[in-house]
Ligand binder design. Structure first.
Ligand code: NAG
Ligand code: NAG
Ligand code: NAG
Length: 448
């Protein structure tokens, strides 16, 4: 085996490819309008039938020809030969390993353009995670696609990641959550907040599209990276109290009874409220809401409770913990597993798992959580988008975050993107928000 053929195909993707891609979908969807219906005359003789068949054949051939030409457009195919060279074993090992890596790269060309029924988004920014040993590669490093996310310059020239930017896809003002830039941070609640300038999050979009939703964290449920998923507040400090509970409800109240908060199928994390019995009060209010609705639920006071498989068919789960419980090794991993048990349904889901930068966690535990997600969903991986956003930056030093992805549409992450792109990318891949499917399409997709 002196040499073998090694084929390389380059795919020239033009700027604005997203647009033309979209156009193509539109053309397909509307194509039936381009072919006016015709009535075929009843008195057709043999010649007429013959001509008809010939026409049909010609159209079929034309279509095939068109598709073939279309598929090959912009593609340069070249035969590349692989020569066998004599190398010392110390070098052969690297050449062989990287040949395998090159072959892997070809597989990436087969893009998964399905609809992402399920989305799991892991966020581990400025993570307190101890770095993995150099020899252990976390599983996301083998994901087929990755990109960099650029933090934005906030007021006062601080460069940072912002949860409203990432989850709602718009740039807000500093210290606000879930509002666009028309809303400035407030120190007291003296205006009636209407929602003209509310920014809607990926979870709100998912809920409107009939998907299940969940949030889990090993830190506080009311910290900005969780709150931006379910709340709107002009002052991120109003976590457990606010100057006016009616007009400017605090984040805890919005998690419990806000439009998005009360529809969350899974809530798991820490509530560190200053008031006594606050977790108990929250759990009781949440439970009575479930009883009112007549929905089934799972209430966990211990991390392991969430894993109780006897309760997997429940519609909702709430797990409220203290710092000590979530500092246990495996806590983050167990929360993710518990959430997946509830969320794995035919309707599909969007789950956001946030590793709190303030809580020390072994990087291998985040790795395990991602691995277990891939295992739990192995039967539906083709319909599941797994995204891991990571940075090792120290607060505000302006470095980019990496975003690794596998599953439907993950190839759309392809270069340095603004952080706001994350929300729009998920919206498109999962067909939620602006890209949601029309009611009928959705219905048919759920049937099949
Ligand atoms: C936010 O609210 C806190 C507590 O009510 C207050 O001390 C702080 O000044 C407010 N921040 C801004 C930017 O208005
Ligand atoms: C909402 O508030 C803005 C000003 O903040 C105002 O211009 C707008 O008319 C209000 N909309 C409604 C529906 O009240
Ligand atoms: C990305 O951010 C830069 C700087 O904030 C801005 O100029 C640019 O228009 C943004 N691009 C997109 C696609 O949002």
């Amino acid at each position: 085996m002196a040499r073998e053929e090694f084929s390389i195909a380059t795919n020239d993707i033009v700027e604005g490819g997203f647009h033309s891609e979209n156009q193509q979908h539109d053309d397909c969807g509307n194509s039936r309008n381009n072919f006016p219906k015709r009535k075929v005359g009843m008195g057709c003789n043999v010649l007429c039938v013959g001509i008809l068949i010939a026409i049909v054949l010609a159209i079929v051939l034309l279509c095939i020809g068109f598709i073939v030409v279309y598929e090959n457009e912009g593609q340069v195919v070249a035969k590349v030969e692989l020569f066998d060279i004599d190398l010392p074993p110390e070098q052969t090992i690297w050449f062989d390993a990287n040949l395998a890596e090159l072959r892997n790269a070809f597989r990436v060309v087969e893009e998964n353009k399905k609809r992402a029924k399920n989305v799991i988004l892991f966020i581990a920014l400025d993570s307190a995670a101890q770095t993995l040993h150099a020899e252990t590669r976390p599983v996301w490093e083998s994901f087929p696609h990755l990109a960099l996310l650029r933090p934005s310059v906030q007021e006062g020239a601080r460069v940072s990641f912002n949860p409203t930017s990432m989850f709602s896809g718009i740039e807000p003002r500093w210290h606000t959550i879930g509002f666009d830039s028309a809303v400035a941070p407030w120190d007291n609640c003296d205006g009636v907040l209407n929602c003209t300038h509310c920014a809607t999050s990926i979870l709100e979009w998912a809920q409107s599209a009939g998907r299940l939703t969940g949030v889990v964290t090993n830190g506080e449920l009311v910290q900005p990276f969780l709150a931006a998923l379910y709340a709107h507040t002009p002052n991120a400090s109003w976590q457990y109290t606010s100057p006016d509970v009616q007009e400017c409800p605090d984040l805890r109240s919005q998690l419990l009874s806000g439009d998005t908060g009360k529809q969350l199928n899974v809530i798991a994390g820490m509530l560190n409220c200053p008031d006594e019995f606050c977790r108990e009060a929250f759990a009781a209010a949440w439970e009575s809401e479930r009883l009112n609705e007549g929905t089934s639920y799972k209430l966990a006071t211990d991390v392991k409770d969430l894993l109780d498989s006897a309760l997997d068919d429940r519609d909702y789960a709430l797990g409220l913990y203290d710092q000590r419980m979530l500092a246990e090794p495996e806590a983050f991993h167990d929360l993710v597993v518990g959430a997946l048990k509830i969320l794995k349904r035919p309707e599909g889901f969007v789950l956001v798992a946030v590793a709190d930068p303030k809580v020390p966690i072994a990087a291998s535990e985040i790795d395990c959580a991602v691995k277990v997600t891939l295992q739990e969903l192995s039967a539906v991986l083709d319909d599941t988008l797994v995204v891991v956003v990571r940075s090792n930056a120290h607060e505000g030093d302006g470095s980019f975050a990496t975003v690794h992805a596998t599953g439907p549409m993950s190839h759309l992450l392809h270069r340095v993107h603004n952080q706001t792109f994350l929300a729009h990318f998920i919206s498109y891949a999962a067909r939620i928000g602006r890209f949601r499917d029309a009611g009928l399409t959705n219905f048919i997709l759920q049937m099949v």
